[in-house]
Every structure is written in structure tokens, then in C-alpha cells.
Ligand binder design. Sequence first.
Ligand code: ADP
Length: 566
Amino acid sequence: MHATLAGWWNGISLRTKITGVTVLVLTLGLIVCGLGVMSVLRSYLLTDADRQITNTLGSVNLQTIDNDEVAAATQFVFAHTQADGSTIETNPTWERLRPVGSEVQREIRANMGGAPFTVRDEGGAPAYRMAVKPLSDGTLAVLGLPLRGLNGVIAQLLTLFFLFGLLVVVVGAVLTRILVGSTFSPLKQVERTAAAIADGDFGQRLGNTTPNTEVGRLNRSLNRMLNQIDGALADRARTIDQMRRFVGDASHELRTPLVSVRGYAELYRMGALQSREDVAQAMDRIEREAVRLGALVSDLLALARLDEARELKRTVVELLPLAHDAALDARALAPGRLIRVIGHDPEQHTGALEILRPVAAADAEAAQTTSGRLFRRAAITSTEAASVTASLRLASARLLRARRRTREEAEQDAASVPYVGGNARPVVFAEEDKLRQVLTNLIGNAIRFTPADSPIEIAAYGDKSRGIALLEVVDHGEGIPPQVRDKIFQRFWRADSSRTRDTGGSGLGLAIVAAIVQAHQGSIGISETAGGGATFRVSLPLLPSDEDGEEEVGELDEADQQVPAS
Ligand code: ADP
């Protein structure tokens, strides 16, 4: 029963419910009000009638009865009765009481004390208000006032009240309906929009309703929610699309060297590789393809790890020594180049510099046989990395010994190095290996994509006012056209695949750089080097340092500063 009632109530529209409840409350209010007014008015009119009767009866005595004064007052019914209520004489209107005579007689006997009482007609409706006055001879004077007038007033009041009440209820119902309808009409739009969205039209938005109304606020919140959902869906679609492209590109890249290795293996099995040179050449190709595969897999792995957004193993890192090491590595790879390291020197307030000059061709070759082939950006595992780096450093040291700069050269160099404009030591809180990887990739590109004899600058400095530390790799090659500058950080993007494939690039190097920089809350930008070439500028949050140059890592956890063995 309760459930059916609840079901019925829930099935009614909100508009009908509100209108219905308003009508009900109005009707109840009017009924209570009407009953109150009627009872107050009735008791007032009765009191008035009682006063008239009592006043008139007060002046009645045996003489006035004889004078027939009261009897003449026709608005009253009057009787002179015995003590038992039987009439001695009456005025003519008393006749109207005949049908209820015995009743009247009983009432007279019961109310001989003088208090007014009501006499009802045969229908039971109050007809007269009466009072009794005992006279000196033991008889009674009975005076009654007809209640017709009083009943008429009350009936009229009731009729008027009913009519006005009805009008109020009807007007109230209509107004409520209109008000609720106009208030809820924007909800209809919400309903329509929600239905359209449910049907897949995600571009739908709710109209601009006055913002300080309930519906306006609801619309605003819903629109915000829809924008967020839309954004999330677009992000998801973009991510899926990127992932699909990434997987497609990765498989394509992986397939190319594999096909080539298989091709050579098949040639060998078919006996097509006859001479020792043929075999040696095939083996060399296979080895190179394997190295490329290894590099590609390492790059993919590095990117996948960065995508996982693992916690970085951060420590306090000085960028200048990193730049210096990177220059030595580059030197081993390209001994024929002029490589300059530029950084902020707090003592001199000028660009601190180190210049690695090109070495003679013979020395270069000797060093390269030790290190050059080992230097493939990511073709090494992390354990191999240490030994490769050590070999590179060794080769660099040999090269440095092979060619020391003369005093004049040093002075010349000092004059030729531009002041980089830094005003703080470049110290950051970062994962050192990752920053080394950034430099390796950028310098590797600078070497691969610029002429063999063009110089390279590596700058590291801090900008206190902007709170950033900067790492710059500046080359003097062809440069990167502005229209492709935002594309080159995309995965597998290469300016010219046939050319760059020969250089061993997979198009992942700069994507890795961008991911590392982003993981460190930094940014990377490309600009044109003065006189031509590309300048890659990595900005990282500068670690605040006090006056003595001590870095403030107070708020960082002890654990954060540890470098866990990898
Ligand atoms: P790759 O593995 O091919 O080097 P990267 O992501 O490192 O891939 O570089 C993407 C492309 O950007 C390269 O193929 C090259 O065309 C261009 N590029 C990168 N660095 C330089 C540079 N210093 N000078 C000119 N072009 C560059």
C-alpha cells in the first residue's frame, strides 16, 4: 500500500506536485480562516442579540405588560407565562413558535435564571434567542429575538467567502503553474541537451541562463563538467591515436633492420656469399643492423620508462661539470671539431670557458678507433654505459695530451667566447644520468647534422631572477627551419628519413630529450644560432642557493637526495 502510494506520488511531475500542494495549502488556509471569521462573527452577533433581549426584558414588569408596550414591539416574540411555561398572553408573532411549543416551554422552565438561550425550529436550526424574567407575582415574562437576520448575515458571509476563496485558489493555481512552468522551462532545455549528449552529440552545451538562479548555476556546473569530459575524451582519443602511430612506427623501424639481417642470413645459406670479403661485408652489415636494432630498442625502452612517470632519482647536480664531461665525450667522437664549454664563473662574472681544439687527423683516428664505434647514443645498456663513458674519457684525455693549447691560443679563445649572461651557478635538483642523456642526445645530433669541421658550443649557466638553470647546445650547421621546430620532438620524426637513417638516427632522440626535460618540470626550445645553425636551450628550475653558494635543499627529504644504486 505504502509502496503503491509512493509509486503514484513519484509518478507525478514536479510541476503538478508543486501546483497541487499550493492549491491544497491555499484551500486549507482559506477554510481555517473562514471558520475562524464565522465563529467570531457569530458569537459577536449573538452577544449583541443577547444584549438587546436583556435590555428590553429589564424594563418589563407587570405594569408594562399591561401597557402592551413590549407586545407591540413586533421584532420580538413575547409571552407572559405561568411558572411552568404555559402562556397567559402573547404577542401575535409568538404564534410562529407553535410548532415547537412544548420545546419552548421546557426551555423556559430550564432557564428561569435569566441567561439567554437558543430555541431551534422544527428543522433543528437556531431560530430564536430568548430570555426569561420572573415577575413579582410568580409569573414569567419571556422575550425572544428571531435569529433570521443573524443567520442571513452569516450565510451571506459564507457565500462571499466561498466565492472569493474559490477565486483565490484558482488564481493561485494558475499563477503557481505559470511560475513553476517558467522557472522549470530551462530544465526542459537541460533535459533536451542531456538527451542529445546521450545520443552521442558531445558538442552540445546548455544555454546561458541567468547565472545567479539555481538552474543557471546547474547549467554552469554541467557545462564545466561536459567540457572536462569532452577534454578527457579528446585526450584519450589523442593518446590512443598516438599510441597506435607509435606502435606502427616502432614495428616499421624494427622490421627494417630485421629484414636486412634475415636477407644476409638467407644469402649465406643459399651459398651466395662466396668469397671471404663477401662474408666479411655481410657480417659487417649484420653487425651494424644489430647495433641499430639495439639502439632502437634502448630508445623505446627509455621512452616507455619515461612514459611510466617513475619517480626520478634526484640529487643536487651542477650542470657545468656535466657540460664539461659531455664536451670530452663529444671530443672523442669528433676529434676534428672545435668544442667550447661556456659557463658562469661567479668570481669573474664572465663566461668561464674551456676549449677543446681540433687535433691532427692521425691522432683523431687513433682515438676514434678506441671510442668512436662504441659511441652510439643509446645502443648500450646502462651497465655498458659506464665502460663506454670511461673509454670515451680515456680517448679524450689522450687527445688533450696530443694537443695542448698554446698561450696565444688561450688568449684568442678568451676573446672569442661570448658572455652568456648568466648570474648564478647552474645547480639543479635532478636525476644526473637523465641530464647526461639529454646532453648526449643533443650533442650527438649536433655532430651528426653539421659539417665535420664546424664548431660546437655547450653552455651551462643560471639565471637567478628567472629561477632557471640553462643548458645550451649550439651548433653552426644548416639549422632547423622554424616550421619543423615543434615537429622534431615528436617520436620517429626525421627531417629526411633516407639521409638520417644513414646517420643511425631513429627519430627518438629528441623525443627522449623532451620527455626527460618535462619530467624535470623544465622546458626546451630551439632558436637560430647567430650566423646560422641550431641552438637547443634546456631550462630547468634553478636550485635556490644562499650567499655562500650552498644550495638549499632543506625542504627535500633525506631519501630524495640519495642516489639508489641502479
Ligand atoms: P634522430 O634519431 O634522427 O637523430 P632526433 O629526434 O634526435 O632523431 O632528431 C629528429 C630530427 O631532427 C633529425 O632527424 C634531424 O632531421 C633534426 N635535427 C635534430 N638535431 C638537429 C641539428 N642539430 N641540426 C639539424 N637538424 C637536427
